[in-house]
Design a protein around this ligand. Structure first.
Ligand SMILES: NC(=O)c1ccc[n+]([C@@H]2O[C@H](COP(=O)([O-])OP(=O)(O)OC[C@H]3O[C@@H](n4cnc5c(N)ncnc54)[C@H](OP(=O)(O)O)[C@@H]3O)[C@@H](O)[C@H]2O)c1
Length: 260
């Protein structure tokens, strides 16, 4: 029976590369995102069968449609990757855009995680990877306050489920991918420019897939980011928030005024 991997947010960036890598490993794919034409183009390119599912995952009815497609096949891997950010002072950013961000990064990921885990637990196997961010390992991110908060939700939820699965003696894997900057469509949507050089989506996805199959619970793709996260444990939370503010402001100004 064909083994399937599901990737949300597969129409661009990290998700598209995750799909390519999993296909090269022999998985058939279910590709979910809103832009149907991009999903169909990717499906044609992949060496294994692929089912494009055009869906806005903030809509519960469209999430249900994705789950129905999954129920017809043997899904072994599910990656909750769709997500986006926004930048600016909290009182100035768009409440509508932030609500969509919470609906996607938190609510959609939360409900898909529960639905998929129940299916995986019923047969005691499966890999579920939630794409968080290095932002989710830090206490807060001024000027990207909502984005950091959504990603903190993802790491917290994932770590808790990982522990529950361990205590239940389950063979089901759950983990969180926590990359630093990756060159994708993220910046254009979040209206920022990275203050640090980004890695390629290909490199990020390759590391994610390797570490997921090694069952690593928190996956941080690069050494400098791993070192920064390790170092952060020795700093007071207030200092970390101040450092995050400085970094986010740089992104913000680079985009708006070309300032360093
Ligand atoms: N790039 C980075 O530096 C970075 C760092 C850490 C974590 N991340 C995380 O990595 C994940 C992937 O982001 P990326 O960097 O690859 O950005 P990206 O290139 O902008 O890709 C985002 C993907 O999410 C999909 N998406 C957006 N809204 C959606 C919705 N309502 N329903 C379904 N799909 C939706 C987009 O497809 P459609 O527009 O076709 O719907 C696209 O395929 C996100 O969770 C992001 O927070 C990124």
């Amino acid at each position: 029976m064909e083994r399937y991997a599901v990737v949300t947010g597969a129409s661009n960036g990290i998700g598209m590369e995750l799909a390519r890598i999993l296909s090269a490993r022999g998985y058939a794919l279910i590709l979910a995102a809103r832009r149907r034409d991009r999903l169909e183009a990717l499906a044609r390119e992949l060496p294994t069968p692929a089912i494009p599912v055009a869906a806005d995952l903030t809509d519960p009815a469209q999430r249900r449609r994705l789950l129905e497609v999954m129920d017809g096949v043997n899904v072994e891997v599910f990656i909750n990757n769709a997500g986006f950010g926004d930048c600016g002072k909290f009182w100035e950013t768009s409440p509508e855009k932030e609500q969509r961000m919470i609906d996607l990064n938190v609510s959609a990921l939360h409900s898909l995680t529960k639905e998929v885990l129940r299916r995986f637990l019923a047969r005691n196997s499966g890999f579920l990877l939630n794409v968080a961010s290095s932002a989710g390992l830090l206490p807060a991110g001024p000027y990207m306050a909502t984005y950091y908060a959504t990603k903190a939700y993802v790491t917290s939820l994932t770590l808790a489920i990982h522990r529950e699965l361990k205590e239940a003696g389950s063979a089901v894997y759950v983990g969180a991918l926590c990359p630093g900057p990756v060159d994708t469509g993220f910046n254009a949507v979040a209206n920022v420019e990275f203050a640090l050089p980004g890695i390629s989506a290909r490199r990020c996805a390759a590391c994610a897939v390797t570490q997921m199959f090694r069952r690593k619970v928190l996956i941080v793709p690069t050494l400098p980011m791993k070192a920064a996260i390790a170092l952060s444990r020795f700093l007071p939370r207030s200092a970390l928030v101040a450092i995050s503010a400085r970094q986010q402001k740089k992104k913000f100004y680079r985009k708006r005024a070309g300032k360093p």
